[in-house]
Design a protein. Structure first.
Length: 171
């Protein structure tokens, strides 16, 4: 019974890790996703400053797709509103005219898969030295305190604990 309870606790965690590995792992780690922090107001009301957009590379892009693309050392998230010979015509949802850039498929990082409202603010906080150090310190402290021999011990109602046999191991 205890093994079943442990299995039921481990399975959801394993499923989360597997899901992250398959669908949300960053490209830098060989995964399919890129995380882009949204700044500015050009995509309001679709995306707001401070949102975190998760983008995935596609084989082809079409009019209406919201894409992230590289320009002049930065990254822009805008909607494709057309195509020309030299690349896509893009425009922010909160803009009256198209962009001057014409990103090609090679410049495009990916299409927005989903966004996390306010997620970029959370990432910005974690990227600062003090919060990052606090998280690293907490993980390190837990590792030391729990140690390699730590095991999850659950008390199950109606089950008595076995007491260690006395006299064992003493000669």
């Amino acid at each position: 019974m205890l093994k079943l309870v442990r299995l039921l606790l481990v399975l959801p965690f394993a499923a989360l890790v597997l899901g992250w590995f398959l669908f949300l792992r960053p490209e830098a780690l060989g995964g399919p996703a890129t995380y882009v922090m949204v700044y500015g107001r050009s995509m309001e009301p679709t995306l707001w400053g401070g949102d975190l957009a998760v983008v995935r590379r596609q084989h082809d892009y079409s009019t209406g797709d919201i894409v992230a693309f590289r320009v002049q050392g930065g990254m822009v998230i805008h909607r494709i509103v057309g195509e020309e010979a030299d690349g896509f015509v893009t425009q922010g949802d909160n803009r009256d005219s198209p962009d001057s850039w014409r990103p090609t498929a090679d410049d495009t990082v990916g299409r927005v898969w989903f966004s996390i409202p306010g997620g970029a603010r959370f990432v910005d906080i974690l990227r600062q030295p003090l919060p990052l150090g606090a998280v690293a310190g907490a993980v390190g402290m837990l590792t030391v305190l729990l140690g390699p021999g730590w095991r999850l011990r659950l008390s199950i109602p109606g089950r008595r604990r076995r007491r260690p046999e006395q006299g064992r191991g003493e000669d």
